[in-house]
Ligand binder design. Sequence first.
Ligand code: HEC
Ligand code: HEC
Length: 302
Amino acid sequence: MTPTARRSESAESMRAGRKTAAVSIATLMRFTAILCFVAAAPIVLHSQNHRGAAASDVKSARPIEARAAFENLCASCHGLDARGGERAPDIVSRPGVVHKTDAELVKILRDGKTAEGMPSFASYGPAKLSALVAYLRTLQGRGKETPLPGDAARGKTLFFGKGKCAECHMVAGRGGFFARDLTAYAAGMAPDEVRAAIVNPNQDLDPRRGLLTVTLSDLSVLSGVARNEDNFSLQLQTQDGAFHLINKAELRATTQTGRSPMPSDYASTLSAAELNDLVSYLLQTSRSEKTRRGKAEDDDEE
Ligand code: HEC
Ligand code: HEC
């Protein structure tokens, strides 16, 4: 198949105008596929000036979605960490980019520099472009090696010890299976965002992901998170990571607590310094994970 059918205008001019060797067909198809993929998933970004949504929604939803959008739209050329790749320059530490205002960067995204191979992203609209620029700023912050708020080594000890985080979460292949693997979780996040996720696990919780307690007909009680449910059965994952397939005919009672199974009292059981150490550990492990993955991707392309 030729890429002609779905080639976008910006990709076209990008190809035509490229100063050095023409972008290979494979690259073009890959880029076009990314655009199509993103177009098919219109909820990539929340509007930044979406006054209707609660402030906390925007604050918690935007960074992660902007990261996904960056990874879909920009990373193929600029690299996952925006430090540059074969097709596009470093936009994290180059002073010419860092010192531009947000408005100037939004304009670059909108207009592109099609003669130099930077496509126009005008179709994404100003709010999404601002969110992308805000995400780029967090990467630039990382580029300057934002100091960690605490001591990552002590944070690691807390994670696997007193904090009991590893009973549920895994980092770098060690820990529990009950909750999300946090190895790359904090990539591109600010320390405050990571701290908020730790001390406030019920914020923005999807109620279906809350702790569920069930009583079976033999009066035994199980607590965990529903991972799957149909008319006849319920699959419950308990904190030890084990899955239990429960026949609904055996259910005596179920209580959906609507609360995250994650303890919500870390703000009081850990000191501010300890929280900073944990935040530092999660940030550091995500940074090194990103570097590792970036390298692996480069190797793939050789
Ligand atoms: C098809 C490859 C490609 C994609 C995809 C791409 N860029 Fe670029 N970008 C480039 C190239 C090439 C340049 C260098 C242009 C030049 O020489 O001035 C560039 C330059 C830039 C610059 C610096 C402009 C300047 O004046 O120095 C920024 C900022 C930027 N891109 C951001 C982004 C963002 C954000 C995305 C995702 C929304 C993105 N780019 C997607 C290829 C790409
Ligand atoms: C009893 C199990 C449990 C313990 C202990 C626990 N968590 Fe969690 N944590 C969860 C669950 C469940 C979630 C919800 C999302 C998921 O499934 O990962 C969560 C969510 C998170 C998130 C947000 C993840 C996201 O996708 O937004 C972070 C960060 C986090 N925990 C960090 C920690 C840290 C740090 C500790 C230790 C101080 C800890 N957790 C202890 C169960 C636990």
